[in-house]
Design a protein around this ligand. Structure first.
Ligand code: IMP
Ligand code: MG
Length: 175
């Protein structure tokens, strides 16, 4: 079986849209400090591109989680593989994610973060697949809503490959 990647969103389209979302975040948080929490590994490319375009005072931290359950269906019970280095108390937190699918992982993670008494927690995602949602999650900033297709690139992987593609592509298989 061979696999290939069909372009869904070009590098230019993605970069242009990240700038638009960054402009909105700059307006919404004007005069405040913003603490970005990146969910590894998928969120890292998006977080860097977004952070470069933010004009307020920004700090960054990283978290790695793994979901119990099989590969195709996340259970929603999240194990923290790498926790944040810094406390969240009193901070304006923006969680930066690659994609929201069922919403199970994020809804659990957001609860963990809210328990740490930040001033507020909002969610920013590069991609959203609303058709797949099982658990309701409030998405504050979304670059693109996409159909239910398995995508790679810009941080997203298929079996740990393709994260480095500068565009978003759909995985295609033929035998
Ligand atoms: P969920 O929202 O708990 O179902 O899980 C979301 C996670 O599943 C994301 O953070 C990705 O790691 C992974 N995921 C979901 N859809 C895709 C996709 O199309 N490509 C790559 N990873 C995906
Ligand atoms: Mg992710």
């Amino acid at each position: 079986m061979s696999e290939r990647v069909r372009v869904m969103l070009t590098e230019e389209e993605v970069d242009r849209r990240i700038q638009e979302v960054a402009d909105q975040i700059n307006k919404d948080y004007e005069g405040k400090s913003l603490h970005l929490v990146c969910v590894l590994k998928g969120g890292v490319f998006f977080m860097c591109e977004l952070a470069k375009r933010l004009t307020m005072s920004v700090s960054l931290d990283f978290m790695s989680v793994s979901s119990y359950g099989d590969d195709t269906k996340s259970s929603g019970i999240v194990r923290i593989v790498k926790d944040l280095d810094q406390p969240l108390a009193g901070k304006e937190v923006l969680v930066v994610e690659d994609i929201i699918d069922s919403g199970r992982t994020l809804s659990y993670l957001l609860q963990i973060l809210k328990d740490r008494q930040p001033a507020a927690v909002k969610l920013c995602t590069l991609l959203d697949k609303p058709d797949r949602r099982v658990v309701d999650v409030k998405v504050d900033y979304c670059c693109f809503e996409i159909p239910d297709e398995f995508v790679v690139g810009y941080g997203l992987d298929y079996a740990q490959k393709y994260r480095n593609l500068p565009y978003i592509g759909v995985m295609e298989f033929d035998d």
